[in-house]
Design a protein around this ligand. Structure first.
Ligand SMILES: C[S@@+](CC[C@H](N)C(=O)[O-])C[C@H]1O[C@@H](n2cnc3c(N)ncnc32)[C@H](O)[C@@H]1O
Length: 221
């Protein structure tokens, strides 16, 4: 989910341990998935940690979405957290571009006994979204930061009234407010996305400053 494992941004590092200690911990399956990601997969720091994972589960319990979309499965940590938070008859469609991750992801979906709730799509999110004949109650955007504006435009055509989008990394390690660092494609993608949401009269939104920043966006009815 994030390239940055720090939960509280600039606050004291001990607070991260405190937050983790007082949040419901991950179970053995997620712990194993996280360890195996660190042992076997490149760029393991992209994985969601226990606190953000628990937040995703909780938000799903609160929103009670029937159809969910995730852009950027990586090794499946956030997908499992989302699937555990949704109801029995609800479905998560999760899209991952890197086909080398497929067997790892499927192994853990099976191990978590979530095959009935998670539909894994291997391929490019922008193609897959356009071809999916589904509308969404919740979308979790966590793919390529340069593509955030394109993801937003693609999913906005498929959001149900009163539905939500959660977008990760929208503070991009603080670069969104650092004039000297604004010009790389990744930062530009995030900044353009944030502006697009801010100026969209169809939505209301709030930034949750957990880890690298989560934007919670709601479609007005
Ligand atoms: C930050 S990681 C996702 C982390 C995961 N959601 C989690 O919380 O554990 C981003 C993932 O998005 C994938 N990705 C990037 N661009 C994509 C695209 N256009 N379509 C599908 N997946 C994409 C990358 O291959 C990578 O695995």
């Amino acid at each position: 989910m994030s390239n940055h494992n720090n939960i509280t941004g600039n606050q004291k590092p001990e607070l991260d341990n405190y937050i983790e200690a007082y949040s419901t911990p991950e179970d053995n399956l997620l712990l194993e998935l996280r360890r195996q990601t660190h042992l076997k997969i490149l760029r393991p720091r992209m994985i969601s940690g226990p606190v953000q994972g628990q937040l995703l589960t909780m938000l799903c319990r609160m929103i009670r979405p029937k159809t969910v979309l995730e852009i950027g499965t990586f090794t499946g940590y956030s997908a499992i957290c989302i699937a555990r938070g949704i109801e029995k008859d609800a479905v998560l469609h999760t899209i991952e571009r890197d086909d080398e991750l497929e067997s790892f992801i499927r192994h853990y979906i099976r191990k978590a006994a979530l095959e009935n709730k998670i539909v894994l799509h291997i391929g490019d999110a922008l193609d897959k979204i356009n071809n999916l004949n589904v509308t969404f109650d919740l979308v979790f955007i966590d793919g390529d930061k340069r593509e955030y504006p394109a993801y937003y435009q693609a999913v906005m055509k498929k959001m149900n009234p009163g539905s939500y989008i959660l977008a990760d990394n929208i503070l991009w390690n603080g670069k969104v407010v650092d004039a000297d660092l604004k010009n790389d494609d990744y930062t530009r993608g995030i900044i353009d996305f944030n502006e697009m949401v801010k100026n969209d009269p169809r939505t209301e939104q709030v930034i949750i400053p957990i880890r690298d920043g989560l934007m919670l966006i709601r479609m007005k009815d």
